[in-house]
Design a protein around this ligand. Structure first.
Ligand code: SF4
Ligand code: SF4
Length: 313
């Protein structure tokens, strides 16, 4: 027991600083796709034949990649002889509209906000019932990970609950198999109004690797209306977290206490800057060194050197 406590003590603070700080992702992690149109010759569709889920298509003369179908397997990147497709470290991939998941260039983090009324209702407390509608358990694992100390979903007021009657919405994974269709519909009906639905993973968005299989229904929105799509196979926990927080308006809004802190800090910095303008250069440099201040935004130094103030003896 003592050893356990000691190990825990040595581990220190493990919770990610997100959203205050951007997350650290492993180099080999494959995030949002990027298509370089300049390198993609007209009429070429060599990558299209390699895609297992038909996520690539030519629309309006341009190559488009549907993240809702994509398994992020990078087969298309490897098969493209022109190097037009790459995968970036962009993790902010969730979108409110299905069509917003189609990428023709670079992924831009999308507006995910719920309407004002729902945000006021769920913004500070959201209870979700997770429904596994026939997936491979990859997405379920990454949803479970959100409850660990690294992500600590509870600190944002978001919790998974056991009963749909205690939930504000559903978080659905899996392509919705025939056997799960009725269960999903009944669970949805059991959630009191107003409610929201989040589809997590390629399966829940489009059927993913099981697309068009006779026993699956190609995603959650074939059975229930979906409010947020989180792509990936499986999505990174930060992609899910970013989608949830973005939808609830928790990424855009600055809490009142933080705004007060920032305003006070800015006022003190401005006053100090004014005072420092009256100082001679060595004294100002000394103060900057001492405070570790950032002078990149400081106004230019006065043209006429200011009189040096002699220290009083
Ligand atoms: S990375 Fe996505 S678009 Fe490319 S081949 Fe794999 S599934 Fe298809
Ligand atoms: S999207 Fe991928 S990881 Fe998630 S359930 Fe489907 S196959 Fe598994």
């Amino acid at each position: 027991m003592l050893k356990l406590l000691l190990a825990r003590f040595q581990q220190g603070h493990r919770t990610a600083q997100y959203p205050e700080m951007p997350p650290t992702l492993p180099d080999r992690w494959r995030g949002g796709p990027s298509i370089d149109r300049g390198k993609c010759p007209v009429g070429c569709f060599e990558c299209g034949d390699t895609c297992p889920t038909d996520a690539l298509r030519i629309q309006s003369g341009h190559l488009g990649l549907d993240m809702g179908r994509c398994l992020f397997c990078t087969e298309c990147m490897q098969s493209c002889p022109h190097g037009a497709i790459t995968f970036t470290q962009e993790y902010r991939l969730a979108a409110r509209k299905r069509e917003a998941l189609v990428v023709e260039g670079k992924v831009e983090p999308r507006e995910k906000l719920l309407d004002e009324k729902l945000r006021r209702l769920f913004g500070r407390s959201l209870k979700l019932r997770q429904v596994s509608a026939g997936g491979c358990n990859g997405c379920e694992s990454d949803v479970n990970v959100l409850g660990t100390i690294v992500f600590d979903l509870g600190r944002f007021g978001i919790q998974m609950v056991a009963s749909p009657r205690h939930a504000d919405g559903l978080l659905i994974t899996g392509p919705v198999t025939e056997n799960m269709k009725l269960a999903l519909k009944k669970t949805y009906d059991a959630v009191p109004e107003p409610k929201i639905v989040i589809a997590v993973g390629a399966c829940a968005i489009s059927g993913g690797p099981y697309i068009d299989h006779p026993e699956v229904h190609n995603g959650a929105d074939s059975v229930v209306p979906v409010d947020l799509y989180v792509p990936g196979c499986p999505p990174h926990p930060f992609t899910i977290l970013d989608g949830l927080l973005g939808m609830l308006g928790r990424l855009e809004s600055e809490p009142a206490w933080m705004a007060r802190f920032r305003e006070t800090g800015e006022r003190i910095a401005a006053e100090n800057l004014e005072a420092m303008k009256t100082w001679d250069l060595p004294r100002a440099e000394e103060a900057v060194k001492y405070l570790g201040a950032d002078l990149r935004h400081a106004p230019p130094a006065p043209k006429d050197p200011l009189p040096v103030e002699k220290p009083r003896s």
